[in-house]
Write a protein of this length. Structure first.
Length: 664
């Protein structure tokens, strides 16, 4: 060991390593050197994190009861302005830093602010005093205006350094609050990295939902507006999360007619409020849900302890209700049964929360689990018991999910025997199988989501056609590890349904269906899902493809009607052809299908599933190995681990993309 150290060329000599080698970074220079430590990186997500930091400071003023209005303005030049009519950042001299105002200290010093001891804010999103100073450090220009004590003050900064003194610029007799205007530094984020107006609009809108008492005004330059992003908007939602959930659900049917929503303060300790929880939960019937968690208005996409409290409250509540109504199966319910496909929002306000990192993706405060469980449980018990029909409906739906989960587990434990005998023994829970045990003439339709699956099940020929819904976009196997592929539930379901094995273990005689049909929506997302599925079959079951078992369904994108005549078009080109030939100048009423789930079963059967009237594309591979190599190279280039190749491909074909197609 001594010889190893003696011979190491990496060991500095005493002459080259002394006190002068020790570098001390001043002010906000650490942020500019290592931005990833503070905002998680320098990508688009990190860029928008800057906006969130400034808006969160304004929200803290509103939650504390000092502001009722927030204004967010996006201007040309990637310039964002956030105003709140709160107390205004203090501008008096800071006692610890002679010659500097409190405002300048806050803007140029890490770990400075009024949120450490809870005197200025009982709950807040900012905790460590680094948010706005980090924004300042990573911006080419930051201008702060403070209206306080009937006076208006202004100070300018650049890259974390004050470039002007704090100045009193005039009187402000009828105004108070703070205005922060900043432009992110392209040296940090890249010249092409700019704020996405739609992403900012959604952020602003979500903040208004999270605190019902605040009014948020949105403005953006006309050149940045679009059909989805108005030049001006005002967001104020007295119903809070319940309003947001209702908007997300739209007209989708749910297990219960009324969602489970409420709000509850946490018990006070030593006279000080411990915070509060607000929630809104619904269980959609035929579509995937989404879960959104917040702490002190900060999104926590990875959930955390507040999520654990909600899961415990709902799971224990349903078990107890099952015992009340004599449902013995309810004791087997798990949190995954309750939360599979749920649409929910949970927002908590707590003192001194702890997060996993500065980006606050996960809440780790242990007391949050207990607070939320106690706050929600009593409300949920009343929700179930006050309307027994509603409670039984929800319990019945959850028990069905539980039985499906147990059935899946049992299926995984059953050893495969023969293709015929195993056909009914080992099937994924979401698969709706056909009646025929003979693979000849049978078809497996792979569809996206339960909504499309529901339409396909009604449109199918039960004797020969099976339906397997998959959830969202399947894993890209070309860029995933073998362990990740094995762990993926959608891929496991596919393998289980087909029964033929993968790669060198592929056995055509064990294939349960003669044709495998990829049936996705006739839009960009559908094409993406189809591409991912074809990549899966190419990599994992190339022989299945080569032997002609894989097909692409061709669902229509448009329905054209003139008088008694109705025709369907696959795409824009086909639509133009039909209008020019079949309708010959007649004005046809054109409707666009948003997805397979929107088509009624008769339409789906007639256009896409009935062998007598449909058209399908067969996916094939060259028989000779040397002819397959170019295909393999193409898949690796466009679907592999190197995103630069995909970017080159997109760039080279960008000019061929129709703007109307993108909007669609």
């Amino acid at each position: 060991m001594a010889d190893l150290f003696a011979s190491s060329s990496a060991t500095p000599s005493p002459e080259s390593y002394d006190a002068s080698s020790i570098e001390v970074l001043e002010g906000l220079e650490p942020v500019r050197r290592r931005p990833g430590m503070y905002i998680g990186g320098t990508d688009a997500r990190a860029l928008h994190h800057l906006a969130a930091e400034v808006i969160d400071n304004a929200m803290d003023e509103a939650v504390a009861g000092h502001a009722s209005r927030i204004e967010v303005t996006l201007d040309k030049g990637n310039r964002l302005t956030v105003f709140d009519n709160g107390r205004g950042i203090p501008v008096d001299p800071h006692p610890k830093y002679p010659g500097k105002s409190a405002l300048e200290v806050i803007m140029t010093t890490l770990h400075s602010g009024g949120k450490f001891e809870g005197k200025a804010y009982s709950t807040s999103g900012g905790l460590h005093g680094v948010g706005v100073s980090v924004v300042n450090a990573l911006s080419t220009e930051t201008i702060i205006e403070v209206a306080r004590d009937k006076k208006l003050y202004r100070q300018a900064f650049s890259k974390g350094v004050a470039i002007s003194p704090l100045e009193e610029v005039g009187a402000a007799p009828n105004k108070r609050g703070t205005t922060v205007t900043f432009t992110p530094d392209p040296e940090i984020f890249g010249a092409e990295s700019i704020f996405d107006p739609l992403r900012l609009l959604r952020l602003v809108r979500s903040k208004a939902y999270l605190f019902a008492g605040v009014e948020i005004r949105w403005r953006c330059d006309p050149s940045l507006s679009s059909a989805d992003v108005p030049e001006q908007a005002v967001f104020q939602f007295p119903g809070g999360l319940a309003d947001s959930l209702a908007e997300q659900l739209g007209d989708r049917p749910t297990v219960t007619n009324q969602p489970f929503a409420g709000k509850q303060d946490f018990p006070a300790a030593d006279g000080a409020s411990q915070g509060s929880a607000e929630w809104a939960v619904a269980w959609p019937l035929y579509s995937d849900g989404s879960e959104s968690y917040y702490c002190n208005t900060i999104p926590t996409p990875d959930g955390g302890t507040h999520e654990a409290g909600l899961r415990a409250a709902l799971t224990k509540g349903l078990r107890a209700f099952g015992e009340l109504v004599g449902n013995k199966k309810a004791k087997e319910i798990t949190a995954d049964d309750v939360f599979n496909g749920v649409e929910l929002m949970l927002s908590v306000f707590i003192r001194n929360p702890h997060f996993q990192s500065q980006t606050k993706d996960r809440l780790t405060s242990l007391e949050a689990a207990r607070f939320v469980e106690n706050a929600v449980r009593d409300h949920f018990d009343h929700y179930l018991a006050d309307n027994m029909d509603r409670g039984r409906a929800l319990l019945g739906s959850i028990v069905e999910r539980m039985e499906e989960r147990l059935r899946r587990r049992a299926e995984r434990e059953v050893k495969r025997k023969t293709p015929t005998s195993a056909r009914k023994l080992r099937l994924p829970g979401k698969l709706t199988d056909c009646a025929s045990d003979d693979p000849e003439g049978t078809e497996l339709f792979i569809v996206e989501g339960d909504s499309a699956g529901g339409s396909a099940k009604q449109a199918r020929d039960r004797k020969t056609q099976a339906i397997l819904p998959i959830r969202g976009k399947i894993l890209n196997v070309a860029s995933a590890t073998a362990d990740k592929i094995r762990a993926n539930q959608e891929i496991a379901d596919l393998n289980l349904a087909l029964g033929c094995g993968t790669k060198d273990k592929f056995d055509e005689a064990s294939l349960r269906y003669e044709r495998i049909v990829i049936m996705t929506d006739a839009d960009v997302d559908g094409a993406h899902i189809a591409t991912l599925l074809m990549t899966f079959f190419f990599q994992e079951m190339p022989e299945l493809v080569r032997r002609g078992h894989l097909f692409l369904a061709q669902p229509p994108l448009y329905r054209l009607t003139a008088g008694a005549k109705t025709l369907y078009a696959r795409d824009d080109a086909h639509r133009a052809e039909l209008e020019a030939t079949e309708f010959k100048g007649k004005k046809a009423e054109v409707s666009r299908f948003k997805g397979l789930g929107e088509m009624n079963p008769n339409q789906l059967k007639e256009t896409t599933m009935d062998p007598k009237t449909r058209s399908m594309l067969k996916v094939t591979l060259p028989a000779a190995y040397e002819d397959r190599q170019p295909v393999k190279d193409l898949v690796e280039r466009l679907m592999g681990k190197d995103p630069a190749e995909r970017f080159k491909f997109i760039q080279s074909r960008a000019s061929a993309v129709d703007e109307e197609e993108i909007d669609a």
